[in-house]
Design a protein around this ligand. Structure first.
Ligand SMILES: [Zn+2]
Length: 483
C-alpha cells in the first residue's frame, strides 16, 4: 500500500478500505474513519463502511487503507438534521417503511410506501374498503394437492382505505428475502450522534458457554470497556471484570433461571415474565446486554413501565437465555413488542420467529391485536415479514369451501385470528404481491411458487409455540398504582 506516514488521516476522512469477507471475495468499499488510535506504536483506524450496516464497523491496520483515493472531511461537515434541530436525537431515522402512520398531504415517495389514509391523487392508489372482503374464487381441491390455481378475490364495498400496489419490493421469488440486507435501514444519517456511541466499546462478552462479539455500543461502565473480555453471570446477567470475580459471584448467586414467573414451558423451551419494576437490576442488565446487538432502540434505564419476556433453553445446568422481548405494560399505540432480540449464538435457527409467535400468543390471550414498535432493525424486519407471511398464508390456504360456496374471509377476520394488526396484514399481502385487480374485484393469486415456497418453509419450521403450554393472565396495569 501507499506510504501512510506522510499524510495524516483524521476522523471524518473517507477512503476505500479492504473489507475481509468470510463468505465472498474481499472488497474495497468506501469507508469513513471514525477514530484513530495507536497501539504499541502502530496506528489503528476505526472504520464505518458507508453502505453497510454498522455492525460491520471495525478497527483496521493502515495496510488496509487505499490512500490513493483519500478524501478529507469537508468543512461544515455537520449534516443538517431533517427538522433543523442539530444535536437532537433522531427519533425516527429514515428506514424501510413497514406500515405508516397517517402523514397528511404528503406525496408518496418511491419505491413504495403504504399509506392508508392519504394521497388521493396518486394513480397507484386503489381505493378499497376497510372491511376488505376476500372471497376465494375458483377454489379447487386441497392445498396439499398439487397444481391448483388458487385465486382469492377481494370484494370492494366502499372507499375509505387506500392501498398502493407494492410491486417493486420483491427480494426473491417467494417475496421473502433469504438474507439480511447489509445496507439500508440502519445506515441512516447519524452524524450528529455522539462519536463515542457510534463505536463498539466492548470487545467480547463471555456469557455461560458462549463468547459474544458485540455489534454496537452499549453503555457499560467505562472502566470495563478496555477489558479484553467482560464476564456476565448467565443467570442474573450481572457483569464482572474478570473470571475470578465471576467465579466468586457464582458461589453466591443461586439463580439458575431468569427471575420472575415461568409462564410457558414445552420441552426444553421456557418463557419467564419479568416485571421491570420488581426486578430492576436484572432488567437493566438485560438492556445493557441487548444494546450490544441493537443499534436503534433507546436503552431504558427506567425499566418500570416494561415487562420482559425471556426465552430460555433448559439443560442440567439451568435455564440458559436464548433471547427476549420487552413490552410496555400499557401501550396506547397497540405495541405488543418494544425491543426484541435473539442472542447471536442462537440466530438463524428459528428462535426469533418463536419469540414473535409468543408475543402474538400473549396478544391473543389479551384479546387484542398488536404490532412491534417501529423502527424495526433489518434483522427484525426480516423475521417479522417472514412470520407475517407464513401466518397469513397458513390461514388463506386453510380456507375450506363452505357448502360448495366460495369461502370468504375479511382482513379484519385475519387480524382477529392472528392478533396481527390490520395494517401489517395488508402490508404483508402487498409485500407478497398477491393483490391483483381483475374484472372489478381484488384477487389474491396464490401462485404455485408462493404455495411451494410456503410449504417448504413450514416444513423447516420445527419450533412452534403451543398455546396449551402458556399459563398467562393479563393484568390491567391501568388499575394498578404506579408505586
Ligand atoms: Zn448471578
Amino acid at each position: 500500500m501507499a506510504d501512510n506516514s506522510s499524510v495524516e488521516i483524521v476522523e471524518g476522512c473517507r477512503l476505500p478500505v479492504l473489507r475481509k469477507n468470510q463468505e465472498h471475495e474481499d472488497e474495497w468499499p468506501l469507508a469513513e474513519i471514525l477514530s484513530v488510535k495507536e497501539v504499541s506504536s502502530r496506528k489503528l483506524f476505526y472504520v464505518h463502511y458507508i453502505d453497510f450496516n454498522k455492525r460491520l464497523d471495525e478497527w483496521v491496520t493502515a495496510d488496509r487503507l487505499d490512500m490513493k483515493k483519500l478524501q478529507f472531511p469537508k468543512k461544515e461537515a455537520k449534516t443538517p438534521t431533517k427538522n433543523g434541530l442539530p444535536g437532537s436525537r433522531p427519533s425516527s431515522p429514515e428506514r424501510e417503511v413497514v406500515t405508516t402512520a397517517p402523514s397528511r398531504g404528503k406525496t408518496l415517495p418511491t419505491p413504495v410506501q403504504v399509506d392508508f389514509f392519504n394521497s388521493k391523487n396518486d394513480e397507484r392508489l386503489l381505493w378499497v374498503t376497510t372491511d376488505f372482503v376476500i372471497v376465494c374464487q375458483r377454489f379447487v381441491g386441497s392445498f396439499h394437492g398439487k397444481s391448483v390455481n388458487r385465486q382469492v378475490a377481494a370484494k370492494v364495498h366502499e372507499s375509505n382505505v387506500g392501498i398502493v400496489h407494492n410491486q417493486d419490493s420483491q427480494d426473491s421469488s417467494d417475496g421473502i428475502p433469504t438474507a439480511p440486507r447489509m445496507t439500508g435501514s440502519l445506515v441512516s444519517d447519524r452524524s450528529h450522534d455522539d462519536i463515542i456511541t457510534r463505536m463498539k466499546n466492548i470487545e467480547c462478552i463471555e456469557l455461560g458457554r458462549h463468547r459474544l462479539k458485540p455489534w454496537y455500543f452499549s453503555p457499560y461502565p467505562q472502566e470495563l470497556t478496555s477489558l479484553p473480555i467482560l464476564y456476565l453471570c448467565e443467570f442474573c446477567l450481572k457483569y464482572l471484570k474478570s473470571l475470578k470475580c465471576l467465579q466468586r459471584h457464582l458461589t453466591k448467586c443461586n439463580l439458575r433461571h431468569p427471575p420472575g414467573n415461568e409462564i410457558y414451558r414445552k420441552g426444553t423451551i421456557s418463557f419467564f415474565e419479568i416485571d421491570g419494576r420488581k426486578n430492576k437490576s436484572y432488567s437493566q442488565n438485560l438492556c445493557l446486554l441487548a444494546k450490544c446487538f441493537l443499534d436503534h432502540k433507546t436503552l431504558y434505564y427506567d425499566t418500570d413501565p416494561f415487562l420482559f419476556y425471556v426465552m430460555t433453553e433448559y439443560d442440567s445446568k439451568g435455564f440458559h437465555i436464548v433471547g427476549y422481548f420487552s413490552k410496555e405494560k400499557e401501550s396506547t399505540e397497540d405495541y405488543n413488542v418494544a425491543c426484541i432480540l435473539t442472542l447471536p449464538p442462537y440466530q438463524r435457527r428459528g428462535y426469533g420467529k418463536l419469540l414473535i409467535e409468543f408475543s402474538y400468543e400473549l396478544s391473543k390471550v389479551e384479546g387484542k391485536t398488536g404490532t412491534p414498535e417501529k423502527p424495526l432493525s433489518d434483522l427484525g424486519l426480516l423475521s417479522y415479514r417472514s412470520y407475517w407471511s407464513q401466518t397469513i398464508l397458513e390461514i388463506l390456504m386453510d380456507l375450506k369451501p363452505d357448502n360448495g360456496e366460495r369461502p370468504q374471509i375479511t382482513i379484519n377476520e385475519i387480524s382477529e385470528i392472528t392478533s396481527v394488526k390490520k395494517e401489517d396484514v395488508i402490508s404483508t399481502l402487498q409485500y407478497l404481491n398477491l393483490i391483483n385487480y381483475y374484472k372489478g374485484q381484488y384477487i389474491l393469486t396464490l401462485s404455485e411458487e408462493i404455495v411451494d415456497g410456503h410449504e417448504r418453509a413450514m416444513q423447516k419450521r420445527h419450533l412452534r409455540i403451543d398455546p396449551k403450554c402458556l399459563h398467562f393472565t393479563p393484568k390491567d396495569w391501568s388499575k394498578r398504582g404506579k408505586w
